[in-house]
Design a protein around this ligand. Structure first.
Ligand code: NAD
Length: 495
């Protein structure tokens, strides 16, 4: 490690146990879990985890805080969110450092993506707190007037994934609180540093119990919270298996559940695409955050006329990507999150190579240099001529691995694109409006990107996955329930 990185004052953030926030108190005593850095597999710190009694205490405090929080005006709730945004902005460099060290996210990715997304979510939902929605309809009887009110559930549990612990957490927390619920946030056991740190910064800002941050393993702490009878609504961002588990664990209580799950997102590149645009966005779509993005474009379906040129250019981009220490400004891609995930990704790569699932065009070999062999680094890996039914073209790898499949036509591309259990995101590169519109109509996914990958608008136009990629509502509305109110008047309504 360079001297500048060794002497970075922010290492001191990890000297103390990172806390949980329970009943307004920062908890650091009791059991802890190690923070193992993805960049060099070193234990660099620890975070507090609860026992069963602490989880019960946290839910009880949240429940107690719920009525008063719901009774505040939207303006008042919004002001709290804006305060949190200010505090986060003042500590932006700390968040960059913690996510880089903990999960290997490049500091620049946190600075230019995760932080702005988090801050804009706080500002956006601070405003939305003043307008929860509701409407009035003509019910067909002049003596009866109608209006609907959107009301909070009370105690909402949000279970977070590890791939974007800060922005997914802050965005969801802001929506939950704006809607008038209290929030219990459960970061992933693989990525607890940044959210625990946030808890330590905002503990004094919110009334006790309004925000709870509870760390710990999903199978133990997550499951206890999910099953807790005083948790009214459960929202999870994670894998399908976990989603199924949550549905099973809440079924007997008929609990409200929202699931944002995985994807194996098709990216169609037609002969008439602008190649510079298609290569640039496809590279970003495949390898951003080391491919650990739920909406990444991990299977690319390329029309034969440009297949050779497109694949040569994508391979060149993959091979020139700066893969290295996430703490360095120059790094474009860091390591993957941890040992199990690293093993899973290599399992897919090794199996694809040994069973001839397409030809290996880039990556696919373990790093041997000192820096990258010390951490959980996987090179940007491209497989060409992959048959659509191969394992690497069907299963969510959630790593920097992309498949290229040649297709003859848009119709063939759409058929392959939709032949999946997933339906999270999709995209097409073409200069034909007709082809773009046809794809937009026929792709079975909650998002369609045309001539780009990723897009702003997650707040204003939140998406829900199709098929097994999601269920249970989007945006702030998923944290609200609708009450219809019917009033019989003695005079016709409106007169
Ligand atoms: P995961 O399912 O392993 O874990 C997600 C969270 O669930 C963690 O906090 C974990 O502790 C918790 N958990 C695990 N078992 C639990 C249980 N029995 N009860 C309660 N909680 C439990 O997912 P991950 O590996 O952290 O994230 C990767 C997955 O998330 C990928 O499939 C990815 O596509 C998906 N993802 C989806 C979106 C989206 O918006 N749709 C966003 C990010 C990630």
């Amino acid at each position: 490690m360079s001297t500048a990185l060794l002497t970075d004052a922010r290492w001191a953030l990890l000297d103390q146990t990172l806390p949980m926030l329970v009943a307004g108190e920062l908890i650091t005593d009791g059991e802890t879990s190690d923070i193992t850095s993805s960049r060099d597999k070193r234990v660099v710190g620890r975070f507090a985890v609860p026992d069963e009694a602490m989880v019960d205490r946290a839910v009880a405090a949240a429940r107690e805080a719920a009525p008063e929080w719901a009774g505040l005006t939207g303006f008042e709730r919004g002001k709290y969110l804006l305060k949190i945004a200010d505090i986060m902005e003042n500590h932006a460099a700390d968040f960059e450092f913690l996510d880089a060290v903990d999960i290997g996210k490049p500091v620049t990715a946190v600075r230019y993506s995760d932080m702005p997304v988090s801050l804009s979510a706080l500002a956006y939902f601070a405003g939305r707190a003043q307008d929860l929605g509701g409407r009035s309809v003509d019910v067909g009887d002049p003596m009866v007037s109608h209006r609907s009110r959107l009301e909070p559930y009370g105690v909402v549990l949000e279970v977070l994934p590890w791939n974007g612990p800060l922005w997914t957490g802050v965005q969801r927390m802001a929506a939950i609180l704006a809607a008038g619920n209290v929030a219990i946030m459960k970061p992933s056991e693989l990525a607890s540093a940044s959210f625990s740190y946030l808890a330590s910064l905002v503990a004094d800002v919110l009334p006790p119990g309004v925000l709870t941050v509870i760390n710990g393993r999903g199978s133990r702490v997550g499951a206890q919270l999910v099953k807790h009878p005083d948790v009214a609504m459960v929202s999870l961002t994670g894998g399908i298996e976990t989603g199924v588990r949550v549905l099973q664990d809440t079924a007997s209580q008929v609990k409200r559940v929202s699931l944002e799950l995985g994807g194996k997102n098709p990216n169609i590149v037609l002969d008439d695409a602008d190649l510079d645009t298609a290569v640039m966005w496809s590279t970003m779509g495949a390898f951003s955050n080391s491919g650990q993005v739920c909406v990444c474009g991990s299977r690319i379906l390329v029309q034969r006329g440009i297949y050779d040129e497109f694949s040569a250019r994508l391979v060149a981009e993959a091979e020139s990507r700066e893969v290295g220490d996430p703490l360095l400004e120059s790094t474009a891609m860091g390591p993957v999150v941890g040992e199990d995930h690293y093993g899973k990704i290599w399992g897919y790569i090794d199996n694809a190579i040994s069973s001839g699932e397409g030809e290996l065009l880039a990556g696919g070999e373990r790093y041997s240099d000192d820096l990258r062999s010390a951490g959980w680094f996987v090179p940007p890996t491209v497989f060409g001529n992959v048959a659509p039914r191969c394992t690497i073209a069907r299963e969510e790898i959630f790593g920097p691995v992309v498949t290229l499949t040649p297709v003859d036509s848009l119709d063939e591309a759409l058929e392959i694109a939709n032949d999946t259990k997933y339906g999270l995101a999709s995209g097409i590169f073409t200069t034909s409006v007709d082809s773009a519109e046809k794809a937009a109509r026929e792709l079975q996914a909650g998002q369609v990107y045309i001539n780009q990958w990723f897009a702003p608008g997650g707040l204003q136009a939140p998406s829900q996955g199709y098929k097994t990629s999601g269920v249970g509502g989007v945006g702030m509305e998923k944290y609200l329930q609708t009450k219809n109110i019917f009033t019989r008047t003695s005079a016709p309504s409106g007169s």
